[in-house]
Design a protein around this ligand. Structure first.
Ligand code: ADP
Ligand code: AMP
Length: 206
């Protein structure tokens, strides 16, 4: 099963991805995680990506498509995959359609007024990518995998509002793009994590 998770920054894509890859035993491919890993390793891609990520802008389509194309060529993607945060522009979606077929696009819907609190309170594991919120951490500072949790540099109030604008202008058109192609499944992201997951599974019919 080849799945795309769509939704605004903070909609809950990473959170639902963890549940979905566990249920369907497919790899989780997050372009954000790939960029952050490149930044950490100070690669050429990382250097390019950092300049965009710090400003809340999208990385260039050609660089982003290339890293996804390389990742999808891996053996583990033969049984299916979950794309999280890709595509984010219509040109990326068009490029993806030339690389592989997609079965479902799950759009996690969320009122924008929820996003600032979700993202400024988000804590992530730089090692395994798990996502938490300070509201539920009870003072805990480590991930279930044992690694320290961090506050992402782009999860500040200033950058979040830029990222929401970028989402509205460049990513939201993908909702119609995939609806027109009969791939879109919309779920309500403004409910408990487990309830969002149940709605996804029920709408996938799996
Ligand atoms: P995305 O990958 O779409 O940017 P995340 O999955 O990282 O979003 O979630 C953003 C923040 O919102 C995290 O702090 C996460 O713990 C929290 N979160 C995710 N889903 C829910 C939910 N259904 N209800 C409340 N908080 C949530
Ligand atoms: P995310 O972890 O999905 O919130 O992504 C963090 C940042 O990485 C985004 O704000 C972009 O700067 C960059 N990024 C991630 N995915 C893409 C993509 N598909 N296209 C362009 N930039 C991306």
């Amino acid at each position: 099963m080849n799945i795309i998770l769509l939704g605004a920054p903070g909609a809950g894509k990473g959170t639902q991805a963890a549940y979905l890859v566990n249920k369907f035993a497919i790899p989780h491919i997050s372009t954000g995680d790939i960029f952050r890993s490149n930044i950490k390793q100070r690669t050429e891609i990382g250097l390019i990506a950092k300049s965009y990520i710090d400003k809340g802008q999208l990385c260039p389509d050609d660089v982003t498509v290339k890293i996804v194309e390389l990742r999808l060529a891996n053996e583990d993607c033969k049984k299916g995959f979950l794309l999280d945060g890709f595509p984010r522009t219509v040109p990326q979606a068009e490029a993806l359609s030339k690389i592989t077929d997609i079965d479902y696009v799950i759009d996690i819907e969320i009122p924008f007024e929820r996003l600032l609190h979700r993202l400024t309170g988000r804590r992530v594991c730089a090692k395994c990518g798990a996502s938490y919120h300070v509201d539920f951490l009870n003072g805990k500072t480590t991930c279930d995998c044992g690694e320290e949790l961090i506050h992402r540099d782009d999860d500040t109030e200033e950058t979040v509002s830029k990222r929401i604008n970028v989402y509205t202008q460049q990513t939201q058109p993908l909702i119609d793009y995939y609806r027109e192609r009969g791939k879109l499944i919309s779920v309500n992201g403004d409910q408990a994590v487990e309830a969002v997951f149940e709605e996804i599974v029920q709408k996938l019919g799996k």
